[in-house]
Design a protein around this ligand. Structure first.
Ligand code: KIV
Length: 272
């Protein structure tokens, strides 16, 4: 065990997450962007902190993640890293910062130097070679499939993905390919529970769900949704602060409900 009731006793590593998957124990991730929330999260036993490019919407006020730059991501990654000593940090690679393998290697290196332990990239089969090369050079990778927000213009809006059989087959095929290419983790966003369950059972890497049902190895939510800062919260999220007395308690509730299998409920999920 790396944690007791609330505290992480040893720094969380990729190895810790693999052990949790092996034992069938769930872990928890929060997307957050600054030092103070990172400190609270690590103190409440949140195993993984995601410096998400969602900051383009949640912090900068844009309507998508596309305006986020490498400079923004490095700035927020270093802030989170200064507030955290125990949780594992994933940093998002922003829009068009990994279009070629060479560009991805360079930019991933900058995020690792800013304090990330893992980099996250959105996309399927076309990323297999990049993931293989990053992994080979010692950079762990978190893949991201389903509703990949950097492709919002291709999707024609923030829509659930994988509801049709052909689309679901492609997502499953891509997940298996990226697993074989060396990805250590994968975010599955807004896909039917059935598809997320099949992927989780078919890959070695740990799956982190958001709007992907209860069967993934982990759950992630954005801090703004957890503490009720979002004007129109997405259906898959939950304001935990409305049931808690402080931000720390809200994070603990999220953590405990995920580990007990009480979050997400059917109301937070999508079905085929
Ligand atoms: O950018 C982000 O915060 C994310 C999560 C919503 C998974 O990618």
């Amino acid at each position: 065990m790396v944690y007791n009731t609330h505290h992480i006793t040893h720094p969380v590593t990729i190895h810790t997450l693999k052990q949790l998957k092996h034992k069938g124990d769930k872990f928890v991730c929060i997307a957050l962007y600054d030092a103070p929330t990172a400190t609270i999260a690590q103190n409440q036993g949140i195993e993984v902190l995601l410096v998400g490019d969602s900051l383009g919407m949640t912090v900068q006020g844009h309507s998508s993640t596309l305006p986020v730059t490498m400079e923004h991501m490095a700035y927020h990654t270093s802030a989170v890293s200064r507030g955290n000593h125990k949780s594992l940090i994933i940093a998002d690679m922003p829009f068009m910062s990994y279009s070629t393998t060479e560009q991805a290697m360079h930019n991933a290196g900058l995020l690792m130097q800013a304090g990330a332990n893992i980099v996250k990239l959105e996309g399927g089969e076309w990323l297999a070679e990049t993931i293989y090369k990053l992994s080979e050079r010692g950079i762990p990778v978190c893949a991201h499939l389903g509703l990949t927000p950097q492709s919002v213009n291709k999707f024609g809006g923030f829509r659930v993905q994988g509801k049709e059989q052909g689309q679901a087959d492609n997502i499953l095929k891509d997940a298996k390919l990226l697993d074989q290419a060396g990805a250590d983790l994968i975010v599955l966003e807004c896909i039917p529970t059935e598809l997320a369950t099949t992927i989780t059972q078919s890959v070695k890497m740990s799956t982190i769900g958001i709007g992907a049902g209860q069967m993934t190895d982990a759950q992630v939510l954005v801090i703004n949704d957890i503490i009720g800062l979002t004007a129109k919260p997405p259906r898959f999220s939950k304001n935990f602060l409305s049931e808690a007395g402080s931000i720390a308690e809200a994070m603990t509730l999220f953590r405990d409900q995920v580990k007990a299998g009480d979050f997400p409920t059917e109301n937070h999920t999508f079905r085929l």
